[in-house]
Design a protein around this ligand. Structure first.
Ligand code: HEC
Ligand code: HEC
Length: 266
């Protein structure tokens, strides 16, 4: 070392040699350029984008996670491409569904969001087995919680108990659970069921042997309104009622969640 310091030319030569060696062969253990993981900002492939950003909540392969499944042809038949792009872009305020666009503080580019939306549809939407004319994703009129009680008993009680306290299946009246889920997601679960958890879709809510009709769009709104009253917090309940009484709220997929601002849990 002393020698190198005393003879700068020798040092330079040695350093240069090292640099040149570095250019030719990769150092042992160093991945080739082609083997390196693509940085998230450049990732365009649907499977990878989904795995990195969505699997934790929506489940590997789009189902079985805590959040509603995306690998659900009935859901995708009532949820438009526009709605899909919008929710990934903006998230659903007041719920755990985050915004992914850079504009909204997320990490994904427009092109990546489009790749995700296109991939979800290409991979999981199917025409076969999807019922004709299912109830629409968006409610067209507010629900009536009083009317909802009888409808809950008709369509839900045999599995979840008369007041949602649980029966052969789990409770659905738990305030902590209801605080975390929007009216929109409740509506969607009643329409599509949760195939991944064993809950039937709207057609399966009545036993085949019975002569009862499956729930209509309005029945579903009424049941959701009833479940809204189980969120307990009186302030929250009031806010929900005010929203429902307000004249014709704009029907956007994010509107129902706006009735549940975060951070107001008493
Ligand atoms: C931190 C958890 C979390 C992550 C990560 C997440 N989601 Fe969600 N997502 C949710 C929850 C919870 C809901 C339901 C929100 C509600 O109550 O309305 C939801 C709702 C949705 C919906 C609407 C479903 C419906 O039934 O209305 C879509 C579509 C969706 N997410 C797509 C995605 C995609 C695509 C990604 C990845 C880019 C993603 N989500 C990542 C938690 C998450
Ligand atoms: C045939 C039985 C059955 C009927 C009828 C039924 N469910 Fe379910 N439901 C299930 C099963 C099974 C699950 C998943 C396991 C659990 O959470 O108990 C479930 C789960 C749920 C969940 C939780 C979903 C989640 O994301 O964790 C909600 C909310 C729900 N049901 C609401 C309803 C409502 C409202 C009705 C009536 C309109 C209804 N269910 C009717 C069987 C049923």
């Amino acid at each position: 070392m002393m020698l190198l310091l005393k003879q700068p030319q020798t040092f330079l030569l040695a350093a240069l040699t090292l640099v040149m060696v570095g250019c030719g062969e990769p150092l042992p253990g160093k991945p080739l350029l082609s083997e390196r993981a693509i940085p998230l900002s450049e990732q365009m492939e649907f499977g990878e984008l989904y795995r990195i950003n969505c699997t934790g909540c929506h489940g590997a392969d789009g189902k079985g996670g805590p959040a509603p499944s995306l690998n659900d042809p009935l859901f995708l038949s009532i949820f438009s491409d526009k709605q899909l792009l919008e929710i990934v872009h903006n998230g659903r305020p007041g719920t755990l569904m985050p915004a992914f666009s850079r504009e909204e503080g997320g990490l994904l580019s427009e092109a990546q969001i489009q790749s995700l939306a296109a991939g979800i549809r290409a991979t999981w939407a199917k025409a076969e087995g999807v019922p004709d004319n299912p109830p629409p994703y968006l409610a067209s009129s507010p629900g009536d919680p009083a009317a909802g009680q009888a409808k809950f008993e008709l369509y839900c009680a045999r599995c979840h108990g008369k007041d949602g306290q649980g029966g052969t299946e789990g409770a659905v009246n738990n305030p902590a659970f209801l605080e975390l889920i929007s009216d929109q997601a409740l509506r969607r679960i009643i329409i599509t069921g949760r195939d991944d958890l064993g809950m039937p879709n709207y057609l399966g809510l009545v036993e085949k042997s019975s002569q009862k009709q499956p729930p209509t769009s309005q029945d579903i709104s009424d049941i959701v309104a009833l479940m809204g009253t189980w969120r307990t917090a009186p302030a929250r309940r009031l806010a929900n009622q005010e929203k429902q009484e307000a004249p014709a709220p704009k029907a956007t997929p994010t509107a129902p969640a706006a009735t549940q601002p975060t951070g107001t849990t008493p």
